[in-house]
Design a protein around this ligand. Sequence first.
Ligand code: CA
Length: 476
Amino acid sequence: MKKVLRSVAILLLLVACNSITKQASKEQKPNIIVILLDDAGYVDFGFMGSKDLETPNIDALAKSGTVFTDAHVSATVCAPSRAGLMTGIYQQRFGFEANGTGDAHSGDLGLADDVTTMAEVLKEGGYTTIALGKWHLGGTPTDHPNQRGFDEFYGFLTGSRSYFPLENPNEYRMLQHNGKRIAFEGYMTDVLGDASVRYVKENKDSPFFMYLAYNAVHTPMHAKEEHLKKYEGHPRKELAAMTWSLDENIGKLQQELQSLGIAENTLIFFLSDNGGAHNNQSSSGPLKGWKGSKFEGGHRIPFVVSWPKKIEGGGMFEGLTSSLDIFATAVAAATIAPEELLQLDGVDLMPFLIGEKTGNPHKQLFWRKLEETAARSGDHKLIRLDDFGHVLYDLNKDLGETRDLSKERPQELNAILQKLESWEHTLLEPLWVEGRDWMDVTYHVHKQLMTNDTIHYKSPSGMKGYLEKQKNDGNN
Ligand code: CA
């Protein structure tokens, strides 16, 4: 009898599941677009308060969704930040801690072969997938986007390149389509924007995942003549012009989604891969530090999630959020249950954006690159510099991170140190490091910022000049 009842129960369960699946399949899966910028400053968009850079289309995108005020990338430089975003887990868990891929330091290493990308999961879930623009997750054949879940790759493998055509680019720098060099004319931001428009036109009838990784506004500070003229006399002329191009192209894509009638059911994430750089005229506003630093200016980023069908426009979200959440949010929105073995560090943000949940998606977040480490727990932020020490800030009262509370709040300090230690136990040793010159520069910047002291150099050439001058002054 028991056996019969169990069979009936299983049958009923199967019927119920079947009807749920049928209902879910009736609902069209959303298109998913990640618009990733490079080295953009925290306040360098209209919607983030910029008064001198014009971004009408990006501001409209922000207004169509929710703007996050406490969102962070998982690294303060390009490559590891992208590794975290693409896998949804802390990149240090698979040894991708340092910047640089396919160079003298990392050699053949890049994205570990045994980690799963969000493109792979979405592709398995029936999405067509494309990566556009900068890759920077490895230069060898096994790291190629076409091997990591992307049906199409229209971009370049390296971390930066000219925005204009190069005569004889190597295989990392060349613009390529699925491995084959593309000769192009014009300006890279336009080329990538045009490709994004082409792709949505061609793929409008089935759900697609587009990873749209502009190299703007990373150096070199190349802009179009007409836009340099437009901003003649502007104190940040090149950045203003590059940002204008970026905005035009993001506008083109939005326009295309609208006219194809698919904007409503397209989920868009918009963010920068790290804070503004010291050499691209960017501004961190009230935040301390910049790209490469464990202060907020290095990892707190402008972040927007837009999905008009589900999320009401004009919203603001203050909970602690990570770029690692993009993977989890995207697969949940696509109604794909990733394998249980895939233990993501990110969480699905949708319940927070539709009011089902409140509070912080994360109780704590961690950052580490070689000699510098940081941890966030509630309002407290810890920064640790190897062989130097640590500082503790209360971001609620001191967003600019100037007042070290480590001696005043020993309990909070110990609690956050313990959490950090537990997290570090889950990590691999970095699989490669960076050049000693850049590591020395980064070390110097952290030491000076932690003690609120003068920064003497921000680049290897600056360091060389400073040390030579010190030597000469000493001799005189
Ligand atoms: Ca970057």
